[in-house]
Design a protein around this ligand. Sequence first.
Ligand SMILES: [Zn+2]
Length: 528
Amino acid sequence: MSIFKLRPVNLKFIRYLCTERQNLPQSAGKPFFIRQQENLLVNHVLQTNERIENDKWMEIRKELLFNPNLRLSEHNVDSVILDLCCDVSNKSAAKDYIEFLRNTNHEINIAVLGKYFKILFKSKTPLSAEETKILFESYDKIRAKYPILDTRTAEACILGLSKTSRWKECYDLLEMYETNDQTGTIVFASIVAGAFDHDEPDKAWKLLKSMQTRIKLYNFVLESYLNYCIRQAKNSNELEILLIKMFKFWSEYDYYPEEKMIDMYMNCFKDIKKWSIRKTSIKHNGTCVACGCKLYNLEESSDDFDNLSNSFLSKVLVGGDIYNNTTPKELENFKRFVNATKPYDVVIDGLNAAYACNKDRVNYTPVEKLVEVVKAFVAQNKKIFVLGRCHMRKWSSQEMNYIKRHAHLFLAKDSSADDPFMLYATFTSGINTYFASRDFMRQHRYILNDEYLRRIFRHWQFTRQIQPTMIGGPHNRQLILIEPPEFLPIAQQNQNGDWHIPYFEETIYKEMQLSDRPRHWLCLKKNQ
Ligand SMILES: [Zn+2]
């Protein structure tokens, strides 16, 4: 018996030693590195946009596999070739390549098929009969081999199938698809688009509403819906009803479409003669520059406010884990302080005002900035609450004394989370109280697990948040208070039936946030 135990041989390591790959850059074998190698056949062929025959693909594959400057193997070469097809937006080459692999009996791994399904999903045109056939056969093969799919494969299959007549099978796949609030919305959106594409709007709306604002309204969903409207509407009246249904959805879920989509919907609306359509802006007081109509005021009903206030206080102060850093004793002291001195007109987040309203400390120290903010509200004769931190005791006593004289000051422990204190002081002061902070409070919005409450919270924030901001150059810095707008900055229809719809120029999805109030609006006014 040998006294030496043989270690398992690491083949990868031996192959690595047998080649001179040590000098290769890390990017060798990555698609962008390959694209830079002008002499490679694949780069010439993909540029031509001509059909690529099997023997040519064979040549390309061999060249890439055996090129010593690339780190490619049987395991990853097919995936890289598909990436190269995508990089030059050559969807038909990707299809040809998959066909080549099938015809030549190459084993196509599940990752490569997944990638191909995603290419088909991203394609702007409907799938051809041949593409659909390949997709179905590949999908059936995958399911026969793997009755349960991992999340990544399930996602690829959903995206691919959503473009086909078998889109309803996506619902079964959804059960294998693990997601949370932040991810995976493209998967749900693809099923919604699939439902609109196949004239099953009820299923699409049901899924949209069940996902509520967690689903992003990708442009492809809006396009699918628009095409559905054009297909279904028999006359301009029906078209109008269908288009307005989407506007109502935007209104209900505070959604801002992007300009490209607004242009498409606008074009469609132009066919309906009874509307004047203009791009416009809205003045701070809520008046539309184009038609002079006034947008709805930002007003929360007292029932909504009570609902929000009660839910928030019970969830955040009692049920939430936000107070991990706060002792029950501190919380009790704080509540006692607030209940003895409320209601306030304005609640100031002291730390936020001192630091966040301007990073530069040349003109003002933090405490001076906080004093400026307090002074601005003193000038308005407001009853003020300032939430500070214990370390502020070390700040200049002159300034701190000013704050104490003009505001109710509570110093929380340095380690405490301050937003819940802020919100408690504001909510318990009533519906008319403002809070001054530049914090967007997103985490608190998400604590409210009811979408209706989240929406009220968002609207309440629109109406009640004042943002202290420093403006001007280094030598003439000046504090201004950005007041909330006087109107509701979401899509809305007035009593005459006119619509005002905010939109963004950017190409990225925008969640409603205070820093990004829309500057662009579409005005759709009914002709008299
Ligand atoms: Zn208008």
